[in-house]
Write a new protein. Structure first.
Length: 319
């Protein structure tokens, strides 16, 4: 089986993720999207804005134009979880054709924990050193014993496709795994999440490094709108509608009006005299004197006009 290549990210004790090839990047997303939205200009800031818009509105097909092909080596029990992601193209090392190698996953003591009392699918709680040692010993014992039997059966000429089934699921396997960016982000969203099993999270985090390098704007947008974004259910919204005082919404709206003014001014600079009317047009209601004070404070952040207007609409719907 393949040893860890130089350009790979090592995962667990003997595994790795290596980006073999990729097709396209942020530019491919923009190129595809412009078929739907027209050519426009292609300044870098506009490309970023377009990618953020697509991500925010779950217009996902342009993200499918970017492809990643990875060479990965992982324990079989990790592959079992990984393979549930059905949109990938996979070609795996065959134990019908080739002999298994003596490569088993032995967990690091730091990751040997008790069954979580809170999460039925998780770990939690420090295991005493003697028990950790016992776990490690058992992993080694069962791996070595099963491999010895496997080798014996192999030498006796028993079919490899049958002999392999004596091996445990901490045996390493490897594959080529190809997927598009949209589905890869979906994979990373599920498998880099804190609820995912540690052993698959390590691989998912390693693949995330490739996404960051190949499509940085898409990665940033994914973090902002999917990973760290928040959606409210109908029940949650109705609670907010009933409980949030209007004055809080008005205060936030006021901030949005300032941010909108600053952003519009940043995108297309205005004369000083036009700034206060512009702010009023964005729904701002401070007096001109207060506006000047705040404007001169230099504290107003700029954002994205479309995103700020969408936020304003959401806020107003809570009133
Ligand atoms: C923390 C965690 C715990 C889990 N626990 C369990 C468990 O206990 N038992 C278990 O069996 N699984 C479990 N899973 C696996 C999980 O149910 C999914 O099978 C897995 O995460 C793949 O998700 P997916 O189907 O969205 O991804 P993919 O297969 O990559 O599909 C991506 C998207 O494509 C679409 N799609 C793909 N194929 C189809 C199709 N045939 N029909 C309709 N739409 C399709 C869907 O929109 C899907 O979301 C767990 C996963 C996680 C992350």
């Amino acid at each position: 089986m393949t040893q860890i290549p130089e350009d790979a990210i090592k995962c667990l004790d003997k595994g790795f993720v290596r980006l073999v090839d990729s097709m396209g990047g942020d530019d491919a997303i923009v190129q595809a999207a412009r078929v739907s939205y027209g050519k426009g200009t292609s300044k870098v800031s506009q490309d970023r804005g377009l990618i953020r818009y697509l991500m925010r509105h779950r217009h996902s097909t342009p993200f499918e134009m970017v492809e990643f092909k990875f060479h990965c080596k992982m324990p079989i029990f990790v592959a079992r979880q990984w393979v549930r992601h059905r949109t990938a193209n996979i070609n795996e090392y065959s134990l019908r054709y080739s002999e298994a190698r003596d490569e088993f996953y032995y967990p690091d003591p730091d990751h040997i924990e008790f069954q979580s009392a809170l999460n039925k699918q998780g770990r939690g709680g420090e295991v005493p050193a003697e028990l950790k040692q016992k776990v490690q010993d058992y992993f080694k014992e069962i791996s070595e014993r099963s491999f010895a039997i496997y080798s014996e059966l192999n030498e006796a000429g028993v079919a490899r496709e049958l002999a392999r089934s004596i091996l445990p699921v901490n045996l390493y396997t490897e594959w080529y795994w190809k997927n598009d960016l949209h589905n890869l982000l979906h994979f990373i969203g599920l498998r880099s999440d804190s609820h995912a099993q540690y052993e698959i999270r390590v691989f998912s985090d390693a693949m995330a490094e490739s996404v960051k390098a190949v499509a940085p704007f898409a990665w940033e947008a994914y973090q902002d709108y999917v990973v760290k974004g928040m959606r409210f259910s109908r029940v949650e919204q109705s609670l907010l509608e009933r409980t949030l005082p209007d004055r809080v919404i008005d205060d936030i709206n006021e901030d949005v009006a300032y941010q909108l003014t600053a952003t519009l001014h940043h995108n297309k600079p205005r004369e000083d005299a036009d700034l206060y009317p512009l702010y009023q047009k964005q729904g701002g209601s401070d007096s001109e004197a207060d506006f000047k004070l705040k404007w001169d404070s230099g504290e107003i952040e700029i954002g994205n006009v479309r995103e700020l207007r969408e936020f304003k609409e959401k806020l107003l719907s809570l009133k």
